[in-house]
Design a protein around this ligand. Structure first.
Ligand SMILES: Cc1ncc(C[n+]2csc(CCOP(=O)(O)OP(=O)(O)O)c2C)c(N)n1
Length: 360
């Protein structure tokens, strides 16, 4: 295992300037150390992997030394940037991709395909993959350095880095907000015995829905981060009444889903952004999105009904008011989170697709 703090100090010594990151739980310790050292090596939390790659390209062409850190599913989001920007312009910088694994029967079905195909995807992009050395920092650093000279992408395996906790000043205090599970239980009450289709976004939101919303018609979208609203838009256009449960990191990943939705106001589509200010699913890293006004963005995208919620009483009023609404709405619910989110089984995740075929 690599000693994480020493690894980051070594990156600073080698002159690296920026880490462009979309979090992954496999890279949690490296990301925590990067956040802790951000005064020396700028930590750049990015809305999507495509954004991370483009920012790094801009930095690199301007003489800086960025590194991109993403997870395997995020490498697909970077495809256009890699093939149509990095390749033709010969822009080289280190890209570290956490290699998500899969064992048969595992519920993390979103990682099944790339768990074996990742090296061939990398090859199709015109790169070779190298597995980041887990034992010797000098070797690992020289592998990272080699990515600026040749077309290599570094694969990060689980347990490569030693444990690192965020410094106190980098930890979020969400104690003044109610947990997301409290709101989900309320949603379960208000939507049980209805035909509404409830779509849960990638990560802990869908998992918690499985646990706290046993009486509703739920679709658990394990992967495709950022796509929940667009899936909901499709279902609503097919005539369904839909509630989409999203998150603050998920909201920004494919923001175009919101701008597209705004064009179609007369649909029974409610989008609830559970804003816990963090990527809870990948270790609780701050999303650093204080600068965003989620509801102003929704309004400016053409969404006619907007709700700001931070208590369970406000949530109950919102649920009552929107019960028979036949227009798109967006609600932002300020919340904290439960420390544990039990996973649904693989069968429950895959079977949840049949909800789309039931009458509504
Ligand atoms: C394309 C892609 N990039 C990164 C991830 C890893 N990932 C899974 S959930 C998640 C964070 C989601 O954050 P948010 O939507 O705020 O919900 P929360 O985790 O707080 O429940 C991330 C980064 C992913 N699944 N897919």
């Amino acid at each position: 295992m690599l000693y994480t703090d020493q690894f980051v100090v070594e990156l600073i010594k080698q002159g690296y300037t920026h880490l462009c990151v979309v979090p992954c739980s496999f890279a949690k310790n490296l990301i925590n150390a990067s956040i802790n050292y951000q005064d020396k090596l700028e930590y750049l939390p990015c809305a999507s992997e495509a954004v991370a790659c483009s920012i790094a390209a801009g930095l690199s062409m301007s003489g800086k030394k960025p590194i991109v850190i993403v997870q395997s599913s995020g490498l697909t989001n970077m495809g256009s940037c890699i093939t149509s920007l990095l390749n033709p312009y010969e822009i080289l910088f280190p890209i570290i991709v956490s290699w998500r694994t899969y064992t048969e029967g595992d519920s993390e079905i979103q990682h099944r395909h790339l768990s074996t195909k990742l090296p061939s995807l990398i090859e199709a992009y015109g790169y070779k993959s190298i597995i980041l050395n887990k034992n010797q920092i000098e070797v690992a650093i020289s592998q990272i350095d080699s990515c600026s000279k040749e077309k290599f992408i570094c694969l990060l395996e689980e347990n490569t880095f030693s444990d690192v906790s965020l410094y106190k000043e980098n930890r979020l205090d969400l104690s003044r907000f109610q947990k997301r599970s409290i709101f989900l239980k309320e949603l379960n009450k208000s939507h049980k015995d209805t035909q509404a289709l409830i779509i849960g976004t990638t990560g802990n939101t869908a998992r918690e829905m499985h646990h706290y919303m046993p009486s509703t018609n739920n679709f658990y979208m394990a992967g495709n981060m950022g796509g929940a609203l667009s899936v909901g838009l499709g279902a609503a256009m097919a005539g369904k009444k839909v509630v989409v449960c999203g998150g603050d990191a998920e909201f920004v990943m494919h923001l175009g889903g919101l701008t597209t939705s705004g064009r179609y106001r007369n649909l029974k589509l409610a989008y609830i952004i559970f804003d816990n200010e963090s990527n809870k699913s990948t270790g609780g890293q701050n999303t650093y999105q204080d600068h965003l006004n989620y509801l102003d963005i929704a309004r400016a995208s053409g969404i006619p009904n907007i709700y700001e919620i931070s208590t369970i009483d406000e949530f109950r009023i919102y649920l009552e008011e929107t019960q028979d609404l036949e227009e798109i709405s967006v609600a932002r619910v300020k919340c904290s989170y439960d420390s544990m989110s039990p996973r649904p089984s693989m069968g429950d995740i895959i079977d949840s697709k049949r909800i789309f075929l039931s009458d509504s």
